[in-house]
Design a binder for this molecule. Structure first.
Ligand code: BTN
Length: 265
């Protein structure tokens, strides 16, 4: 697999020499964090054929069966305070839309903040984890991405079968996983160079990719408020107009979108 991925990357690609392949691993994010703490450079990529403990946001697991998806983490070392990276997950989401579009000819959307969505099904997710130094500056970020490529409906566990889909299921075409992994690496590298300088353009593209905007939403957590998703702010937070007329900003947590993943009441 690694040689196929490399065959799709330009010989001059700056991250070419930093790609590590694992047939099987617990979690590429967990391992990336350990490598980063030990000094691995910016642009180190971990790719796995299978994860035994793939992790998602909010303590969830990410189903990572062998040879059916792409499980990738990248170590980034941006030189900025943590507040300068609030939009990182959005930037990675838009980069992943670029990569999938380049390979499949169809652009997925992003359900705020980190789900890749195609034809109303979750085809992937992004898990961003930051490590700070003692002085509060960013030591590194790990951005982990899982994309379901060739699963059929019966391959998903029962609890996510009504939500999840794969690119092959939803496009009707097989996906070249090595090519998609290479496109993801290219898109992530471009994203990392623009991350701090082109924040406005990145967020403008994210707003156009974000399928949550303009939809009725339900905020989870300790509130069960409903409202409309109005905008994404300059930090990537979701601005929601609530039914009582107030406006709230959601930084993290779960937001259900009417018409997606079975929310219809
Ligand atoms: C989510 O859906 O909440 C995020 C899923 C992120 C999954 C990817 S797969 C590669 C990397 N390693 C992990 O353990 N998680 C991320």
């Amino acid at each position: 697999m690694l040689s196929s991925v490399l065959s799709h990357l330009p010989k001059t690609h700056p991250w070419r020499e930093h790609i590590i392949w694992f047939d099987s691993i617990d979690s590429t994010n967990t391992h990336a964090k350990a490598l980063a703490a030990a000094g691995a450079p910016h642009g180190t990529i971990l790719l796995a054929g299978h994860q035994t403990q793939g992790r998602g946001r909010m303590g969830r697991s990410f189903h990572s069966p062998e040879s059916k998806g792409i499980y990738l983490s990248v170590i980034l070392r941006p030189d900025c305070p943590p507040a300068g990276l609030m939009h990182l997950t959005c930037a990675a989401g838009t980069a992943m839309c670029d990569a999938v579009e380049a390979v499949c000819g169809i652009r997925p959307g992003v359900k705020w903040i980190n789900d890749l969505v195609l034809r109303r099904r979750k085809v992937g997710g992004i898990l961003t984890e930051l490590a700070l130094r003692a002085d509060g500056t960013v030591d590194h970020a790990v951005v982990g991405i899982g994309i379901n490529c060739s699963q059929s409906a019966g391959d998903f566990p029962e609890d996510i079968a009504h939500i999840a889909g794969s690119l092959a299921m939803l496009t009707g075409k097989e996906v070249d996983r090595a090519l998609l992994a290479a496109e993801m690496i290219r898109a992530l590298q471009s994203m990392s160079t623009a991350l701090l300088t082109d924040k406005k353009a990145i967020l403008s593209q994210y707003r156009s990719d974000c399928v949550t905007l303009g939809k009725q939403v339900r905020l989870m957590g300790n509130r069960t408020d409903r409202g409309y998703a109005l905008d994404v702010d300059e930090d990537g937070a979701l601005i929601v107009g609530l039914h009582d007329g107030s406006v709230t900003t959601v930084q993290s947590g779960e937001v259900s979108v009417r018409g997606l993943y079975g929310y219809s009441d």
